[in-house]
Design a protein around this ligand. Structure first.
Ligand SMILES: [Zn+2]
Length: 367
């Protein structure tokens, strides 16, 4: 992989004359293996009825070479809304890359109304290092890009990288945003959407996930900052990290196509409900995390996606000799939307998460 990256970087042909900076127009600054390199993108300038590909230069590494982010723009032959799809802002969360690549391959621009702006891999250094974080040489700092939006040009490598993405690529090219993730290392999600307002909930429902969590949003996420700016957005979590999960990806592609039908970007209407692996979508507004009471080897007693009752045993912890030290019970009834996949659990590490509906008025829209 490193040799490939090196050859890609060597293949960059620097622009000899760069046009004067504009605040809105696309800025082409070079060429990388036959694909235009841009510092700024305005998808509305691109020719309709075609697929366009770019490398977006999102920053520079400590060896003065660019960090490049792939961008695919499917510019429909007919006018319509702009749908932004992003993946792998956490560099070990790969299913969204496959969703975008397969979704885009299946869209005929001649039949598309509007524009799909797809970014299959936001966190280039994280992808290279197989890590959730944005990795820099700056004291080996590791930042969570999905807490840094809309970024800060003067805030260090990660914040500046986030600012370029936000200002020059993401925010100027969207009317609706779906940000694709998975659970973190050692754990897995069901197909799971966060939604923080009515339109986001509708988008989530059209995808047909197993679980929707109504949520007030987390500052600095792509989803939250889009919603704060008036752009409907969801975070969609697809299973486990570090894999292309064929079944999960297929559901993601079908779900987003369903959203595109509802948005009149594709011919034909949306269909509801899209049934999840576990039946109908469960919508909750509260979540509890179940943690290992002590270190050891965990064994799961209920499958991911299970509906559990309060007090139901959901996992055991064993010591190094296989002796069960703890049986962990569900603290409340709900749907298990996360489980561990790596049995090695430190004390306090997540064993499961349970989404449920709370009647507390303070939790009406998520807590
Ligand atoms: Zn993530």
């Amino acid at each position: 992989m490193r040799a490939l990256v090196a050859s890609l970087l060597l293949a960059i042909v620097p622009a000899t004359a760069v046009a004067a900076p504009s605040t809105t127009a696309t800025q082409r600054v070079g060429n990388l293996d036959g694909v235009a390199v841009v510092d700024r993108l305005d998808a509305s300038e691109l020719a309709p009825g075609q697929v366009h590909r770019f490398w977006f230069r999102a920053g520079e590494s400590a060896i003065a070479q660019g960090w490049y982010v792939p961008v695919i723009v499917v510019r429909g032959a007919h006018p319509g809304p702009r749908l932004l799809l992003t993946a792998a802002i956490h560099g070990d969360e790969l299913n969204g890359i496959d969703v975008i690549q397969q979704l885009v391959a299946g869209i005929d621009p001649a039949k598309l109304s509007g524009t799909v702006i797809a970014v299959p891999g936001l966190n280039t250094p994280g992808l290279l290092h197989s890590t959730r974080e944005f990795v820099t040489r700056d004291d080996h700092a590791a930042d969570n890009l999905n807490r840094l939006m809309p970024g800060d040009p003067d805030g260090g490598a990660a914040a500046a990288y986030a600012a370029r993405l936000w200002r020059n690529l993401l925010r100027p090219n969207t009317d609706t945003t779906i940000d694709l993730h998975t659970q973190s290392r050692g754990t897995a999600y069901v197909l799971y959407a966060f939604a923080s307002n009515a339109r986001a909930r509708r988008i989530a429902e059209l995808i047909g996930p197993d679980v929707i969590k109504l949520d007030l949003g987390v500052k600095g996420t792509v989803e939250n900052e889009m919603v704060r700016d008036g752009v409907p957005a969801i975070t969609l979590e697809l299973g486990a990290p570090e894999v292309f999960d064929t079944a999960m990806v297929k559901r993601g592609v079908a779900g987003i196509r369903n959203v595109m039908h509802e948005m009149k970007m594709l011919p034909g209407g949306a269909t509801l409900p899209v049934t999840g692996l576990y039946g109908a979508t469960f919508t909750g507004n509260a979540l509890t995390q179940v943690e290992a009471p002590r270190a050891g080897f965990a064994r799961l007693l209920v499958p991911l996606g299970s509906t559990v009752t309060k007090g139901q045993p959901i996992a055991t912890i064993s010591d190094a000799f296989g002796r069960i030290t703890d049986t962990i019970a569900a603290p409340r009834a709900g749907v298990v939307n996360t489980v561990f996949t790596d049995p090695r659990r430190e004390a306090g590490s997540v064993v499961a998460r349970i989404v449920y509906w709370s009647d507390d008025p303070a939790c009406r829209d998520g807590c």
